[in-house]
Design a binder for this molecule. Structure first.
Ligand code: SF4
Ligand code: SF4
Ligand code: SF4
Length: 316
């Protein structure tokens, strides 16, 4: 898949079909990748596909001017389609190099299982439904369900819905999504008071760095409500009450655009379980409106049109 990607990316640049290629290259730390944005056909040999290509690159599309060849996993392709639906990106300006995605490894889960920091690990490799980890010259095997990110454990559409070039054979969706919902179900099972205390404690740790907003392809407003001063929706000091307001309003803004890519939770430097909010909103949108983000570039985005049969249940 990696060789095919490099060939296709080089051809797209050589033939002038795109101005940029956006993909992944090895990161400076072990078991990481970092986005590569290049116009240079020689640099495409740095492109990689591995179980650590974590970022949702769709976020770059609203920044780059010109035609872009972009590497997209299943969830990323839906973010791209969602941006097309919102007229933030023109379909003809994007060449989607689709990756049927077997899931991304969550290094914090690996560290917990092995009891070592990621720097102390020698190798991590994926072999079918197993992940093989080498540390201190010894290998250990784990099921992928123990080490993938929670959103990948519940992935409905790992193969891109929209693409120009598919780089491998389509991958089947996960059938048992219970592991991905465990944290959310636990929270939903709590009585209101402890659940309120849980979120006030979690959000009191928020430093309002806005990483969750900045990595999110669905958060594309040029001027975010948090920066408004007339009216001032939030106090700049990260009090937990204002942090809660920030997350509540952000979740409403991304409703119908969130593809459960998991980037906001992953980017949070203080590990607030943000997916428990975004995935719940994703499910509510599905239940109330029978809508999933980024499925069809030719349909109107959620809440930009009115369906008569929606109104009763929603308004009541
Ligand atoms: S959510 Fe699906 S498509 Fe996205 S990274 Fe995880 S497994 Fe891949
Ligand atoms: S990434 Fe985490 S700490 Fe930063 S603003 Fe978002 S919730 Fe707060
Ligand atoms: S809200 Fe989070 S999970 Fe949803 S699209 Fe944005 S970054 Fe991805």
């Amino acid at each position: 898949m990696e060789q095919k990607l490099r060939r296709e990316a080089k051809a797209l640049l050589e033939q002038g079909q795109v101005d940029y290629i956006v993909g992944f290259e090895p990161g400076s730390l072990k078991f990481t990748t970092t986005p590569l944005i290049t116009r240079d056909k020689e640099e495409v040999d740095r492109l990689v596909i591995n179980p650590f290509i974590v970022n949702n690159l769709a976020n770059f599309l609203t920044e780059l001017k010109g035609r872009v060849g972009i590497i997209a996993k299943g969830c990323d392709s839906r973010s791209i389609v969602s941006l097309i639906q919102d007229n933030k990106v023109a379909r003809e300006d994007v060449v989607i190099l689709g990756i049927p995605c077997p899931g991304i490894i969550d290094l914090s889960k690996v560290e917990e299982l092995i009891g070592k920091d990621r720097d102390e690990l020698e190798a991590i490799s994926r072999e079918g439904d197993k992940v093989v980890i080498t540390a201190d010259g010894k290998t250990s095997e784990f099921s992928i369900t123990e080490v993938l990110f929670d959103n990948c454990l519940g992935c409905e559409l790992p193969t891109p819905q929209e693409y120009d070039i598919l780089l491998g054979e389509p991958t089947l969706p996960v059938t048992d999504r219970s592991a991905s919902q465990a944290k959310i179900e636990q929270l939903k099972g709590m009585p209101p008071q402890p659940r309120w205390e849980f979120w006030s404690n979690e959000l009191s740790r928020c430093i309002r760095c806005y990483a969750c907003r900045n990595v999110c392809p669905a958060c594309f407003c040029q001027r975010c409500f948090v920066e408004e001063t007339e009216p001032q929706w939030l106090m700049p000091v990260p009090r937990w009450q204002d942090n809660l307001m920030f997350q509540v309003i952000r979740n409403i803004h991304v409703a119908g655009r969130c593809t459960d890519c998991g980037e906001c939770e992953r980017a949070c430097p203080v590990n607030i379980p943000l997916r428990s909010l975004t995935k719940e909103m994703y499910d509510i949108v599905g239940e109330l409106f029978h809508f999933k983000a980024g499925m069809d570039k030719d349909t109107a985005p959620l809440m930009t049109h009115y369906e008569q049969e929606e109104a009763e249940d929603f308004i009541r």
